[in-house]
Design a protein around this ligand. Sequence first.
Ligand code: NAD
Length: 482
Amino acid sequence: MTTNKLFDGESAKVMVKGLRETFSSGKTKSYAWRISQLRSILKFVRCHEKEILDALRSDLAKPDFESSIYEICLIKNSCKLAIKKLKCWMKPEKVSTTLLTFPSTAEILAEPLGVVLIIAAWNFPFLISLDPVIGAIAAGNTVVLKPSEVSPATSALLAKYVGEYMDSSAVKVVEGAIPETSALLEQKWDKIFYTGNSKVGRIVMSAAAKHLTPVVLELGGKSPVIVDSDIDLKVAVRRIISGKWGCNNGQACIAPDYIITTKDFAPTLVDCLKLYLEKFYGEEPLKSKDISRIVNSNHFNRLIKLLDDDKVSDKIVHGGQRDINNLKISPTILLDIPDDSLIMSDEIFGPLLAILTVDHLEDSFKIINSRPKPLAAYLFTNNKKLKEKFVSDVSAGGMLINDTTLHLSVPTLPFGGVGESGMGGYHGKFSFDTFSHKKAVLYRTYLGDAPQKYPPYTPQNLKFLKAAIKGSFCDILRAVFC
Ligand code: NAD
C-alpha cells in the first residue's frame, strides 16, 4: 500500500489553492489549452504502452490482451473523441425564448466548474483514473487525480507520466491511501468524481456535503443476467464468459454477478458454460495466462469466505479451485443457491458466478426489483415481449440485451449507476457535461419594455402578462384591445 507521508491536510490545502489560482487565471478555459492537454494524454499513452501493460500485469496479472482493449484502447478512443468533438461541445447552444421576454435571444454556455477531485478504484486502474480526467480537462477544469493504492504500479505510472506530460499548474496526481484521500476530502472542491465501493461512496458524499460540492459516484452492485432458453446458446455462453471471466476475472463493476434462468434450462446452460470455460482456460485454469489474479489477499480471503459458506459449499458445479500463493481462483459456477447465502448478500466482484433458478422466467423481474438497483442488467432472449418487459420494468444503470459489458464501450451512451449503484454518469459528451455547468444566458435589449409589467397592477395588465407567459399572441391582442 502506498502512503505518502509528506501529504497531509496542509499539503492538500496548498495544492488546491494553487489550482484555484491557475483556474482563476483563465488559462484552462481556452480551447487551445484544453486541446494541448488532451493531446498530451494521447501522447503519453502512445509513448508508454509497454509500461502501462507492465504496470497492469504487476498489479493484477492482467493479460496484455485485456489491458490493450479495455484500458489502453478505450482511453485512446475517449481522448481522440474529445479532441475531435471539443469545438462542437464548447459551442454555446442557442435556444428559443418566450413572448414574455420578447425581443431576446438565449444560449446555454458550458462553463468549467473549477477545481475537481477524481478518486479512482483499482480494478481498471488506468481507464478509471484517466477517463474522467479527459472529461474534466475537456471541460476546462483543473484536476487532482487520486489513483488507487491497491494498484500501486499503475498509480506510480500515472503520477510519473501525468506529471511529465501535462500542465503541472493545472493537473496533479496524489498517490496514497485513506489518510491522503481524507486530507483531500477535507478541502473544498467544485466537483468530486469517485469510483469505488458504496461504503466509501457514503464517506465521499458526506465530506462533499460540508461544502455543498456536487458528486458523481460510480459504484457497483450485483448485475444480473436473465437467460431464456430461446437463444443461440453457444454465442450467449461465450458472451457471458467474456463479460465475467474475460474482464479482469470478474473484478469489474459491470461483470455478470448472478444468472437467473428456469429450472428446466439450467442444466443445459451449465453444461455449455463448462464446455467453453474448459475450451478457453484449459483443464487447469489456475495456470492459465489468460485470466487475471485476485488483486490482493484481502479480496482473495473475502471471495474464499463466500465460497466456503456452508449454505453454498455443496452448490459448486464447476471450479472452486484456489491457489493462495498466486492469489488465483478458478472460474467457479454455483447452481441453485439460496437467496440468504453470503454470495447473494453483496457484489461478488470476482470469478464466482451464482445461478438462481425460477419456474417461469418472468419471476426474475421480481427478484431483481426486490434488490438494490444494479449498475448493469443483462438479458439473453429472442422473445420480443420479454425484451420489452425487461427494458420497461427493470431499473439499472445501463442494460444490454444479448451480450454483456459492451455497452461501456459505446461513447454515445451515458455510463453510470442509479440508486445504490451510483449517481451521475460519463463517457463521450456525457463526461464533458458532467464536468461543466450549463449556464443559462438571456440577452435582451432596451426594446419591448411592456408597461403592463409595472404598477399600478390592473386586471387587464394581468391578462396581458398571463397571455405572454402562455405564449399566445391572440390572447395578448385580446388583452390589449378588448
Ligand atoms: P479501492 O479500494 O481502490 O477504493 C476506491 C478509492 O477510494 C481509492 O482511491 C481509495 O484510496 C479510496 N478510499 C478507500 N477507503 C477510503 C476511505 N475510508 N476514505 C476515503 N477514501 C477511501 O476500490 P474498491 O472500492 O474496492 O473498488 C471496487 C468497487 O468499485 C466495486 O464495488 C466496483 O463495482 C466499483 N467500481 C465501480 C465502477 C464504475 O464505473 N461504476 C468502476 C470500477 C469499480
